[in-house]
Design a binder for this molecule. Structure first.
Ligand code: BG6
Ligand code: MG
Length: 218
């Protein structure tokens, strides 16, 4: 294992909940029956694709301009929520894992579909741990396509087979696996079915666990 490539929302911090709340507020306004179960489909998926999934719950037609306006409305609400993020919002064990990886000389990258990711890393005060943050605006194919994880590995200069990817979304696990990396899923076995290793909480993640699991798979 030479590198660990992390997802952000739901892995490093619980902003997955804020995304849900912001979409929920928009869906309520539009009278669409959006709930937590349906929200699983949105995890890891880009802003515009998430909006399309929500609008598919009803039968109203929207112009592209209206769609951009709705996506903007959700993002403005989301941005209000993430202004309050502090280092105390790091999920359990994440900072000690980042420290351990750094000390062991393992490279660290971020492969988040969120355009708000650099802002959130700064709010969490963990930007300095990352050797590379993939610029999602340059990614053509979102998760489950492997492009974002492959770009992360290429930018770090490591082979995909030497990387571990950590995700909380089904689309993200597929992205990691099709990139040819070892996939660690944070969540329930039902949500993380395809992952090579499943942990129910980020507090279970450690250098030893990631290294030994990766080695045993290879
Ligand atoms: C992903 C989230 O990390 O980023 C998705 O899991 C979100 O829920 C996507 O839609 C895009 O985020 P943003 O901040 O660019 O709207
Ligand atoms: Mg996520």
């Amino acid at each position: 294992m030479k590198a660990v490539i992390f997802d952000l929302d739901g892995v490093i911090t619980d902003t997955a909940e804020y995304h849900y709340l912001a979409w929920k507020s928009l869906a309520d306004e539009l009278g669409l029956p959006f709930d937590k179960e349906y929200n699983e489909k949105l995890k890891g998926v880009s802003r515009m694709e998430s909006l399309e999934l929500i609008l598919a719950l009803g039968d109203a037609e929207y112009t592209d301009e209206q769609k951009y306006q709705l996506a903007d409305q959700k993002n403005e609400l989301y941005k209000e929520m993430i202004k309050k993020v502090t280092p105390a919002d790091l999920l359990p064990g994440i900072e000690s894992l980042l420290k351990e990886l750094k000390e062991a000389g393992i490279l660290i990258a971020l492969a988040s579909a969120s355009k708000n990711a650099p802002f959130i890393l700064d709010r969490l005060e963990v930007t300095h741990y990352f050797d590379h943050v993939v610029d999602v605006t340059q990614i053509k194919n979102g998760k489950p396509d492997p492009e974002i994880f492959l770009t992360g590995a290429a930018e770090l200069g490591v082979l995909p087979s030497d990387c571990v990817g950590v995700e909380d979304a089904e689309a993200g696990i597929e992205s990691i696996l099709s990139a040819g990396m070892y996939a660690v899923g944070v969540g329930t076995p039902a949500q993380m079915q395809k992952a090579d290793l499943i942990v129910s909480s980020t507090s279970e993640l450690s250098l030893d666990l990631l290294k030994s699991s990766h080695t045993n798979k290879v």
